[in-house]
Design a protein. Structure first.
Lengths: 282, 259
């Protein structure tokens, strides 16, 4: 009798397995082909993990000096890691101002317990220097694994890989991984173009990539998806650099005229346009 | 004192006869080595991520060892009735508590030495450096922290009936203090009024275990902490442990020992 019951239970298990296997597969398929079974089971909560891992990268960038959920942040905005990953001087300045602001996120200790406790964790605002920036990379990789649509992760990782660690091939691989998950991302294309222009010294390919990035930006603008106007400015800035290097004045003029429409420094661009026109005339 | 040392010796022998420590150590080592074998962007010099994971595992393992070892000491003696011949030797109840505390604390210290030796070996193999001072400070403060935890669990073991409930409640309290204990003053300020006063009272009353966690300093290669705060934290730990042991003795001295 006992054996019969055991046999029935075993048959029951087999039946349930055949019943649930297709359901499980459909869950996996719904989450996208790039997501493994474990991540499919975690579901949308993986986005929370992805954000947390990105924050961990920022925490590492500050060598552990980072506000907790109990500390009041001055204002919401991009992380220092994010800001530092953009090469524009204006962005760098804004980041510095914010860094000075955030230096005081702890304020003065409220009591002797807090005062003594501050000796046992980092209380100095520092940023990772040189190749030490490699320490943030595992968190960015994990963040991308958790949420392949978090575009900032690819751009930030690529910036540090190519500028500090001299690893343009790894940067390109990671950006292409991001591009497979986000084929319409003009931010990733902008960064990919930088890899080719600044590191692989291939301005022709870089220019084509930036052209595609600009096209994607316009498509999203027409579809009213509110793409970041600063990224358009950055793409045009890079296109101008590529044109300068190749000596293609016709394209340079066209790109400068488009840049002039959106740039805050119209006067200097206008002067530059006049210079280019002068060179073209002679 | 001889009775206390003899009792402590028995507890230490128990630690290395039982499998808990070995299982936790092997798990910590295997997970750390597996993580160490993962390469991110073809860079084999990334180390902080590995240190972070290893130290987290060490903290979890040490808390599990401290809490589970301590939680079963007195209840097991009572259940197996070996507490009667033990107290008839004669060993006073105060000596029993001191012996159990010392045994558990020293056993945790031995476990910590093994764990941190492994951690140091892993770190040195990657970084080719071993900042001795901060490592010693980290081990020392970690051990002091476990002293408070052991005293707290020992108090729980004479208050709660089952070791399992004591271990669970102690674990929740310890983890809760480590995560939120140091921030309760900020919460109290935001709350204000009577509720704020209550939270502030809790803040001053709880043992501040978060002080003893130097993981962030070790992970991010901070050189060392000043010696004076280290000594102050040690003094605080000793005073708090003594208070908890005194409370344990007060409860235990009149407790009926039959199950």
């Amino acid at each position: 009798m006992n054996r019969l019951v055991l046999l029935l239970l075993f048959v029951g298990c087999l039946t349930l397995a055949t019943q649930f296997a297709p359901v499980f597969e459909s869950v996996q398929a719904r989450s996208g082909p790039e997501v493994g079974p474990l991540l499919a089971l975690v579901g949308d909560s993986r986005r929370l993990f992805a954000n947390h891992f990105f924050t961990m990268a920022d925490n590492y960038f500050h060598s552990g000096f980072y506000p907790t959920i109990f500390d009041a942040r001055k204002k919401e905005g991009p992380s220092h890691l994010d800001v530092a990953s953009h090469e524009e001087p204006a962005g760098a300045k804004a980041g510095q101002e914010e860094a000075d602001d955030d230096d005081n996120f702890m304020g003065k200790p409220k009591d002797w317990i807090e005062k003594l406790g501050r000796n046992f964790f980092p209380t100095t605002h520092t940023h990772l220097e040189g190749t030490d920036a490699r320490e943030i990379l595992p968190w960015l990789k994990l963040s991308a694994e958790m949420d392949p649509h978090l575009i900032g992760t690819y751009v930030t990782a690529s910036y540090w890989l190519r500028t500090r660690l001299n690893k343009p091939d790894e940067a390109e691989d990671f950006l292409r991984q991001g591009l497979r998950a986000n084929p319409d991302s003009h931010e990733i294309l902008l960064e990919l173009g930088r890899v080719y222009f600044y590191d692989k010294k291939n301005p022709g390919v870089a220019r084509n990539i930036w052209d595609t990035a600009l096209q994607k930006w316009h498509e999203q603008d027409q579809a009213k998806q509110n793409p970041n106007p600063h990224v358009r400015e950055e793409i045009l800035g890079e296109l101008v650099r590529a044109d300068q290097q190749s000596g293609d004045y016709k394209r340079l003029l066209a790109d400068l005229e488009e840049l002039e429409k959106i740039s805050p420094s119209k006067e200097s661009i206008e002067k530059y346009i006049q210079d280019v026109k002068f060179k073209m005339a002679h | 004192m001889n009775n206390v040392l003899a009792l402590a010796g028995v507890v230490i022998k128990e630690l290395y006869r039982r499998k808990d420590f070995y299982v936790l150590f092997v798990l910590t080592a295997v997970i750390t080595l597996m993580l160490g074998s993962v390469k991110f962007f073809n860079d084999d010099r990334i180390v902080r991520f590995l240190k972070d994971a290893c130290l987290l595992l060490i903290w979890i393992s040490s808390l599990v060892i401290a809490i589970t070892t301590t939680a079963r000491q007195i209840p097991e003696e009572r259940e197996s009735r070996t507490i009667f011949p033990l107290l008839a030797k004669p060993v006073s109840r105060a000596e029993l508590i001191m012996g159990k505390f010392l045994g558990c604390w020293l056993a945790c210290g031995l476990a910590l030495i093994v764990f941190y030796f492994f951690f140091g070996a892993i770190t040195a193999s990657r970084e080719h450096a071993l900042p001795a001072i901060i490592y010693l400070q980290a081990v020392w403060l970690h051990w002091i922290c476990l002293g408070i935890v052991v005293a707290l669990v020992l108090l729980g073991s004479v208050v709660f009936t089952a070791p399992s409930s004591n271990a669970t409640i102690s674990f929740i309290i310890v983890v809760g203090i480590m995560f939120c204990g140091g921030h309760l003053n900020k919460v109290a300020v935001h709350m204000g009024g009577m509720a704020g006063t209550i939270v502030y009272t809790i803040y001053y009353s709880i043992p501040h275990l978060e002080w003893y966690d130097l993981r962030e300093m070790l992970i991010h290669d901070w050189v060392r902490i000043p010696w004076l705060p280290c000594a102050e934290a040690t003094f605080y730990g000793v005073v708090y442990s003594t208070f908890l042991l005194g409370a344990t003795w007060l409860v235990f001295r009149r407790k009926t020992l039959t199950v």
